[in-house]
Ligand binder design. Structure first.
Ligand SMILES: Cc1ncc(COP(=O)(O)O)c(C=O)c1O
Length: 459
């Protein structure tokens, strides 16, 4: 029988996370204080995050020990299996060898618990009693709800309204794990009320939901805020995906020519690709591709600039590719990819040519998801289908060129709570969304007067 899964034992699970900030060719520029425009010190972040996570956020230490308590919870589903997609290869009739890392095996169904466990743990150690957060499709909110339950922390989730209505079962997962979930914009915060006054039927956005969650965290000493992507410490926690994948690829005897991940805030993409990006920085030839929706093309059409992480301008300014904090993407089903910004680490790696980005349309992603489900069986989350679509494109390119490429992609989560989206697709109710340049230009006007990062000034 040919090998299908490459599985590590619990003893082989990595004991340290990898921090690419130790190896990046260009050092990152600092976040800026939203009020003064000056570089943020650790104390500026203290109202939002516990100090132990702030230390990780600014760390340039290459290897960071994973605490025992975190490893103990990781062991519920980690190490996650690496699969060879023989059946997809056959369906595409491609010479490419396709592998995927299955992060859908976590109890919440995606890669998000890799950082949720760590964040809940560090908050617990720091004495946090309550955590607030935002969620798009609900994957992050449900992951954090579960992890707060593990560590006895209260959890409050602001869920983007369009997703709240599209995905009631995600809300019920959060409630089962003991969290309180409300639709954002909500009447519970000043930020939410100000949006509702201007746009009563706002579908919400991750930027608005972040504003609401941060506002509540800042207002109470015992409450902290947790973010499911974008920030450096989140990328560090997610590196466990790529570190495991490196060991598993060794078991296959192959090494990836192409690495692919969907990119919303950048965490599952970075998590899989960063340990390999280190190899690339050290001379390996790998094409590393972040895939985003054409209706929210942060990396492919957004400039590298300083921008707020949220809509109401409460967070520090981050140096990142952005479509502007007031950009509201079309209500596509990949709710976790509807974010105006991108992780500073991923943004910088794009600038430095270590990774590149592609955008795909919604219909192509669902078509790919159905092809994948009918060959490999697994039904992917709509976000994850962006990676599947690009994998299929690359595999067909390899076929056209007659090349035996090795493709590795991150299967970031299952779509069993997203079947409403599949129903809309199969009943012909979904469409692509063209994004006129004028919409981007309008949103970018709101960041024109903000400070510019060095590299944007050079461009
Ligand atoms: C399954 C899945 N994949 C990908 C993403 C995109 O987020 P990130 O870019 O942080 O991995 C999300 C976000 O919610 C998700 O739920």
């Amino acid at each position: 029988m040919r090998a299908k899964k490459y599985v590590l034992t619990e003893q082989e699970m990595p004991r340290q996370w990898y921090n690419i900030m130790a190896d990046m060719p260009t050092p990152m520029e600092p976040p800026l204080h939203p009020g003064t425009g000056q570089p943020c010190g650790p104390q500026d972040l203290a109202p939002i995050f516990p100090m132990n996570l702030i230390e990780q956020e600014v760390s340039t230490q290459r290897w960071i020990d994973i605490p025992e308590e975190v490893l103990d919870k990781y062991a519920i589903w980690r190490p996650s299996p690496l699969y060879r997609a023989h059946n997809l290869e056959k369906a595409l009739d491609t010479p490419a060898r396709i592998y995927f890392k299955n992060e859908g095996v976590s109890p919440a169904g995606s890669h998000k618990p890799n950082t949720a466990i760590a964040q809940a743990y560090y908050n617990k150690v720091a004495g946090t009693k309550r955590i607030t957060t935002e969620t798009g499709a609900g994957q992050w909110g449900s992951a954090l709800s579960m992890c707060c339950a593990f560590f006895g922390i209260e959890c409050k989730v602001f869920m983007v309204k369009i997703s709240y209505n599209q995905k009631p079962y995600r809300r019920l997962m959060m409630e089962t794990w003991g969290a309180n979930c409300v639709a954002s914009p909500s009447n519970e915060t000043r930020a939410g009320r100000s949006i509702l006054e201007k746009t009563p039927d706002s579908p919400g956005s991750l930027g608005i939901a972040i504003s609401e969650a941060v506002e509540q965290a800042v207002a109470d000493d015992n409450t902290k805020y947790a973010l499911g992507s974008v920030l450096n410490h989140v990328m560090i926690h997610q590196s466990i995906i790529g570190l495991e994948a490196q060991k598993q690829m060794q078991m296959t005897g192959d090494y990836p020519d192409v690495i692919i991940g969907s990119a919303g805030g950048g965490s599952n993409f970075a998590g899989l690709s960063m340990p390999f990006a280190r190899d690339k920085i050290n001379g390996k030839n790998i094409d590393i591709i972040a895939v985003e929706p054409a209706s929210c093309p942060t990396l492919t059409r957004g400039p590298f600039a300083y921008d707020f992480g949220d809509t109401v301008q409460m967070t520090p300014l981050l140096p990142m590719h952005t479509l502007g904090h007031n950009f509201i993407p079309e209500p596509i089903h990949a709710g976790g990819l509807r974010y105006h910004g991108m992780a500073p680490i991923v943004s910088q790696l794009v600038l430095d040519g270590i990774v590149r980005a592609e955008a795909v349309q919604q219909m192509e992603t669902f078509k790919a998801g159905v092809t994948f489900a009918r060959s490999e069986g697994f039904i992917s989350a709509p976000e994850c289908n962006h990676a599947v679509a690009m994998t299929i494109k690359e595999a067909l390119k390899a076929k056209a060129e007659g090349k035996e490429k090795v493709i590795l992609f991150n299967w970031s989560g299952h779509g069993l709570v997203d079947l409403g989206a599949y129903e809309s697709y199969m009943r012909g109710k979904l469409s692509d969304h063209d994004l006129p340049q004028s919409v981007i230009d309008t949103a970018l006007k709101d960041i024109a007067s903000l400070p510019k990062p060095r590299q944007a000034r050079r461009a």
